[in-house]
Write a protein that binds this ligand. Sequence first.
Ligand SMILES: [Zn+2]
Ligand SMILES: [Zn+2]
Length: 367
Amino acid sequence: MKAKGAVLFEPGRPLEVCDVDVAPPRAGEALVRMAAAGVCHTDLHVMQGKFSAPLPAVLGHEGSGVVEDVGPGVTDLRPGDHVIPLWRLSCGTCEFCRLGRPALCPEGARVRNSGRLPEGTSRLSLDGREVFHYAGVSTFCQYSVVPEAALLKVNPDVPLDRAALLGCAVVTGFGAVTHAARVKPGDSVAVFGAGGVGLNVIQGAKSAGAATLVAVDVHASKLDLARRFGATHVIDASAEDPVEAVRSLTGGRGVHHAFDAVGSAATVRQAYDVLGRTGKLVVLGIAPAGAEVSLPLGSLVFEERQILGSFYGSGRPRDDIPALADMYLRGNLKLDELLTRRYPLERVNEAYAALERGEVARSVIVF
Ligand SMILES: [Zn+2]
Ligand SMILES: [Zn+2]
């Protein structure tokens, strides 16, 4: 079948919306009619060549849709099911899967780097030429073939445009708080970057009972949103030194937890510098490939600070995402406020330009 998909042919070029050929699902795969796809920063890294991926590829990894058809041997999905594609496939049997850390599964990394489905081929092509899948899910396409192992059924009461956000921004931000940092009631928290992921760190920290909750960003509109998501204080890092400002808000003590949701050496260093003794820095922003940071070893040892990476929420997306969907349906998770703009697929480059300008919390492509 033909489907409109946003293809990246080479880094530095805009995405091109093409009529892509989508082959039927094979064994263990499902055809998903996409409903919405999140405009996440990680795809932008690929577009800018800061992250490599096999190209040409249909990009997009955050999304939601409805199962249209299933291949042989698919047991848990049927047409009509609402699903969220999980952009990091897991095998279920390796050391990391057994430990409850499926995002660290080597098979997931292999599939992502191959640009093909686990079975070794692509279901996407253009005029007979192979087109790669991005992260095994390629959500910037009207239809995508996704392995059953990478599809999560979601409660159909959650509107699909909002469900899409659960699969990347929300689970990544919320999980960094609950699984990686383990924020406790009364803790002080500083969050660097109040975009799609950072706002979810903020609402996660609020829900965990953080007392002082400081958001740092350089865009006034994001700082306004940060307050609505639970920040008790906001700091415009374009106008004042965020390190001094956070330290003074904590009476010079420094915070219990700092989060970097930006993925730059400068903000990671600032987030480290606002920690108090035994403070924990969680880095969850995705940095361009090869990025490095320098840190003072003195305070790391003498103050027993901790530094931790967090990927895909450091938990089990299959358990965590349904729990977050329930929170939303009970009115305890802000998704409506997170979704600030909707674009048709034809305007995907415009959506990314707005993301780069820092105009939006999270926008989605709607099909
Ligand atoms: Zn993402
Ligand atoms: Zn595994």
